[in-house]
Design a protein around this ligand. Structure first.
Ligand code: UDP
Ligand code: MG
Length: 338
């Protein structure tokens, strides 16, 4: 019932006595991971403030400065003079997934909205997300309607990736859904309770479940600066995702081993019979060299696949923190328009 207060059309709250916690207006936290977004933050923060203010809910904006080398921290800290704004500076660049985790850990709201700092995720959608949340959705995630701005190669790669990732029949990672989303406190707590170090967020969101509503949107082009997710980073992210959420590559290695052993056995049988019955001498220097190289290659790839999983185990066992906070500014949720 407390949520309905955020809804402009909601009827007046009943006047009967309530627990003190219920009397509080729900709060929204906006988490913005930022790596060199100083110029974009100058536009985004005022716009976001206006939008959150108009929701009549309590709100806070958390900028996570992921080791930026530009004026991101200065811009964010200047806004922290106003209540409702917070800035968490990480001690270096830890990557978007870590920055998101830092923001989620700090968020105090009853719902948390994640959005990029480059204005690709339009803050105007937040109103609609909050409306869905008020109506009972526990997760509202934005889905890209078109990927037309992306290269053929990237589109193909993303398609292939989702195919490879989709192996669980219990949960599915929605395609074309990114980090732009609203999550209820329950969902955030569930996410934060996952202990793993390799945080492939798209997978984790799906893993925790909850009632989710998709919201189509068209991402705007990046306002300023360039994307840091180049081909190399994307491939690494894809491998992170696959190792964290699937084990079929390991089984594939066994299947390959089995197939090759079987074919080697059959070929051996054929050569022996050919020699014993028909007296054909065994020949084929080229065959030996080619097949040797082929099988050594397959073996190395297999070792590599196993190695990827072992590397993840090593990361987990080390148990290093996901990020280190160097400075924090600002505090508290601020009341919205009365
Ligand atoms: N980002 C971050 N740390 C990084 C790389 C990116 O916090 O190491 C942030 C970045 O500032 C932006 C968001 O993550 O707010 C998405 O990054 P980007 O626009 O580069 O990626 P793309 O939109 O191409 O997915
Ligand atoms: Mg971007």
């Amino acid at each position: 019932a407390a949520r309905a207060i955020g809804d402009a059309d909601a009827p007046e709250a009943p006047s009967q006595a309530r627990a003190p916690s219920e009397l509080l207006t729900p709060g929204i936290s906006c988490v913005i991971p930022c790596f060199n977004e100083g110029a974009n933050l100058r536009h985004l923060l005022p716009r976001l403030e206006e939008i959150l203010w108009a929701t009549r809910l309590r709100w806070e904006i958390i900028v996570v400065d992921d080791g930026s080398t530009d004026d991101t921290a200065e811009v964010a800290r200047a806004w922290c003079e106003l209540s409702g704004f917070r800035c968490i500076s990480l001690s270096r660049n830890f990557g978007k997934e870590a920055a998101l985790t830092a923001g989620l850990a700090a968020a105090a709201g009853d719902a948390v909205v994640l959005l990029d700092g480059d204005l690709q995720h339009s803050p105007d959608l937040i109103h609609k997300m909050i409306a869905q949340w008020t109506a009972g959705a526990e997760v509202v995630y934005a889905v890209r309607e078109e990927r037309g701005d992306e290269s053929r190669f990237k589109q193909l790669g993303s398609k292939l990736f989702y195919r490879l990732l989709d192996t669980s029949d219990r949960f599915a990672v929605p395609k074309d859904a990114g980090d732009f989303r609203l999550m209820d406190r329950k969902v955030v707590d569930a996410l934060m309770s996952l202990p793993e170090r390799s945080r492939f967020m798209k997978g984790l969101y799906a893993w925790v479940g909850f009632r989710a509503v998709a919201m189509p949107y068209t991402p705007a082009p990046r306002a300023q600066g360039t994307s840091t997710f180049n081909a190399r980073r994307l491939v690494r992210l894809a491998i992170d995702g696959l190792t964290a959420f699937t084990t079929w590559p390991l089984r594939l290695v066994s299947v390959f081993g089995l197939l090759f052993s079987l074919s080697a056995f059959c070929y051996g049988l054929y050569v022996s019979i050919d020699y014993l019955l028909f007296g054909n001498p065994v020949s084929g220097w080229t065959t030996i060299v080619v097949s040797l190289m082929f099988f050594i290659g397959v073996q190395m790839i297999s070792t590599g696949i196993v190695g990827e999983y072992i590397a993840r185990i090593y990361e987990e066992v080390k148990g290093r923190p996901l990020y280190v906070v160097s400075r924090e500014h600002g505090s508290g949720l601020r009341a919205g328009k009365p």
